[in-house]
Design a protein around this ligand. Structure first.
Ligand SMILES: Nc1nc2c(c(=O)[nH]1)N[C@H]1C(S)=C(S)[C@@H](COP(=O)(O)O)O[C@H]1N2
Ligand SMILES: [Mo]
Length: 203
């Protein structure tokens, strides 16, 4: 068995382990309607065309699993989550981006969005999770699918994902437009946009 470090030593600076497991989002929990649900990959695709997945096609993609900690910028961390779903790299193979794509925008129900650098998206730990701890996501945790980017603050782990936009130039998502850091690395405490160094965000 590989040794997993103690939870306390896995905490990024300024984070704590709360009692319980908070649910956090802006707005209402959307209903899932499998017949009309679409997952759209669009923007700068290699083919020039957008690709639409229906639920059955999306859910049939090859699966992967990740055990990871989850760090909210409001300072709580939920340790040792087991997420399973479809790897970001699987999506990149299914719908290849054009060569100049350096960022993605993840789009959710009601227009919530988060931008992620391609270097953070294209990792084997970034996935579109359908399950948490061996159970389908609950509605308030993002059912039927959320992205999980465990090495970034949790606002980038968009719930109720409906699309991925390939970007050749960076653009800010929902919280990134409202004062949060464009990159959001918890180990560097990249919480707020005023901390951004030149080159870390769109001009
Ligand atoms: N669609 C959507 N996804 C979202 C949010 C949101 O408001 N809308 N909030 C984010 C924030 S700030 C956090 S901390 C996590 C919380 O995930 P949890 O509810 O599973 O704890 O979801 C993220 N994903
Ligand atoms: Mo958050």
């Amino acid at each position: 068995m590989p040794e997993i470090p103690e939870e306390e030593s896995r905490l990024p600076p300024g984070q704590y382990i709360p009692r319980g497991r908070p649910v956090i989002h802006y707005g209402r929990v959307p209903a899932f309607r499998p017949q009309s649900w679409r997952f759209q990959v669009f923007g700068a695709t290699a083919s020039g065309d957008a690709h639409m997945f229906g639920w059955e096609e999306f859910a049939a993609l090859p699966r992967t699993a990740v055990i990871a900690d989850f760090h909210c910028v409001t300072k709580f961390s939920i340790m040792g989550n087991e997420w399973s779903g479809i790897g970001a790299r699987t999506l990149l193979e299914e719908v290849p981006p054009a060569p100049g794509v350096r960022h993605v925008m993840i789009w959710a129900e009601y227009g919530y969005s988060a931008n992620i650098r391609m270097d953070d998206f294209d990792r084997d730990t970034t996935l579109f999770a359908t399950d948490l701890d061996d159970k389908p996501l609950s509605p308030e945790r993002g059912f039927p699918v959320r992205i999980v980017v465990p090495h970034l603050y949790a606002w980038k782990s968009v719930k109720w994902v409906r699309g991925v936009e390939y970007l050749t130039e960076d653009r800010r998502g929902f919280w990134e437009e409202r004062g949060y850091h464009n990159i959001a690395d918890p180990w560097r405490e990249q919480r707020y946009s005023y901390q951004e160094e030149p080159g870390e965000g769109p001009p």
